[in-house]
Every structure is written in C-alpha cells, then in structure tokens.
Design a binder for this molecule. Sequence first.
Ligand code: PLP
Length: 376
Amino acid sequence: MIFLDNASTTKIYDESLKEYVFQSEQNYFNASSLYKAGSDVLKQINKARETIIKLLGGSSFDNLIFTSGATESNNMAINGVLRKNMGKLVFSYAEHPAVFNVAKELEKQGYKVEFVKLTKDGIVDEKDYISKLDGASFISIMHVCNETGAVNDIKNLVKLAKQKNKDIIFHCDGVQAFGKIPVNVYDLGVDLYTISSHKIHGPKGVGALYVRKGINLKPSVFGGGQEFGIRSGTENTCGILAFKKSAEIICKNLKSNYDKVLTLKQEFLKELTTNFNVKINSNDFCSPYIISFSIPKVKAETILHMAEQEGVLISNGSACSSKHTDNRILKNMGIDDYYIQSSVRVSFSEFNTIDEVISAAQIIKQTCSRYINILK
Ligand code: PLP
C-alpha cells in the first residue's frame, strides 16, 4: 500500500506510540487527584504545554489549551472571543470546514461575517482582504491550505490588520503548517494558533490552541475547571504526552523532512506530467507536502478508486469534507468546473519514498489513460 493521504492523517511515530502505551499502562493517574502520582501527571502535562509553546516560538507568558483536535481548537478560538456588539468577523474562502462552517453558523445567528477572496494561486487576495478590514474585530485565516498547500503570508496579513486596528484578534489555523514549515507565533504576530496531533505523526483525538498573553477566551466546555477553566474534562494525558513527543521529533527534523518531501513532490510531478494531460492546481510556492491536480475527463472519485484498486491511497480533497463534493476553494481560485470535478489531492510524509511516489504517479497515469481510452 502506498499512502499518499498524509494531509488527512499520519502514521504515529514509534516513539510516540511507546509514550502513549507507557502513559496508559503505568502513568494513568488523574491529573486532578491530590495524591502525588496525580500531581506528577499534571506536572508532565504542564511541561508538555511549555515544550509545545516553545516549539511554536511563544514564551512562558503565553498559554496553550489542550483539546480533542484542531476542529475543537478552531471552534474554541472563534467562539471564545465572541462578545456582545462584536465587530465584523473576517474569514477566507479557503478555510477548513472546522472554521468555515463555524463562520457560516455565526452568520446565521446574526453576526456580521465576511469572506475574503482567493487569488488564482489559492492564497488570500490582499486587496480584497484590506477592503474587509474596516470595522473588523476578529480574523481567522489559515496558514497552509489543506486542499492545495497554498501558504498564506500570515505575518503580512497580521501586520495589515493590526495597522488598521491594534485590537483586532487574529487566529490562524496552522494544522498543515506546524512541523512542516517554520512557524514562529511571535514572528507571525498571531494571537491564537491551532495545531493537531494526528497530522504530525501523533495520536488522534488531541490538539491544542496557542493563546497569546492578554487574550481572554470564554470557556468552551464547563465542568471541573481543567485547562484553566476554558476546557473542562479529565486531561487526555496519554494523548497529550504522545503529541508532545511527536511535536519534538517533527520540529527537530523539519528541515531534512522538508527537503525530502520537496524531492518527492518534484519526482512525483516529473513522472505524472510526462506524456500525460494533467492540470496542476498547486503552484511551486505551495507547501511541498500537498499537491492538487486535475485529470480532465476522469471524475475525482473514479481516479481515487482506480488508484485504490492498485494500492495507492489519495484523496479527493479535505478528509473531513471528502464525503461532500466541496469545490469552494478551487472555484474561488477561478478553476473551471471541468477541472474541479477531476481534481484530487496527494499529500506526502517523511515516510514516503521516491520509489513509492514514482510508482503512484505511474499507476494514476496508466489507470486514467486506460479509462480515457475506453471512453473514446
Ligand atoms: N484544519 C485543517 C487545515 C485541517 O487540514 C484539518 C484536518 O483535515 C482540521 C483543521 C481538522 O483537524 P482535526 O482532525 O484535528 O479536528
């Protein structure tokens, strides 16, 4: 099996799995317990918090709330800042459903919500963005797009927003960026930053929201007061500590992984585009981890299933929305429906090899060429 759907989820690192098992078997105490074994667990959770904040480029004055994953972190960030008489909320058309659908819901509830257009390269259109800053009090723009790999210039977008109004709160969904491209929340200037464990070879069901000092979030889950009262519930100790392990490993190897994955992208594209009619939707400046492309005349689902029959797993878009034919992002980039219906996504990880990606490209080419010939 050749797994090329790493933007949807990843294989857990051996070290993180070991940590998970160790914590589950030997260190299963409740972090809220008053006996020492419990308070030791709490100390470890707090240490993991500090480590991840540092890996994100934050400081000891900042906070990080552990959650069940990026969907919850995104919901927490947006709902946590809502106030009565809130100004405009600004989002981009590229946002993952875990942001986009919250925005849509808030719009229904009567909040003033606006969406920024994308350029043909899939990033936020700066002119349209600037035009939407008047009266804005909250902005949520993703770092790397999960469908195309397009990388937004978050530092510039934050600067433009804060020049307009220094009190604007800026949230960034960094799920496809953290551990894959350099991230420094201070340099970016963001107030809130979302990350997820299972996208970086950690266990599923755990994520976090970075919260800059001075940003006050309303509680999102009420209960026993864990996670500073913002997100109550017994801490997912095993998940949190295994997540921390994965974060350490992936950040340590970021540069070498990046170089490796860039070669995978180049080799895959070289093979795919040789003597084959394919439209590449992701440009050269996109994250090398993600490529979106269209094979005219073959529906995305057909490409996906033909590849699957030959042992290659790819996606027809965002994993969390892959059951819906959601063309919002490519459509916004100005891509014709003709190509959108044939668009698929491959996404790499450090575990993929050059042989695998060349083989996958050949399989996609051969199966689709056969299919197109039958149609003739
Ligand atoms: N945000 C982005 C950009 C994603 O790619 C994903 C998952 O595909 C999510 C949020 C949701 O992440 P989780 O599965 O941790 O809830």
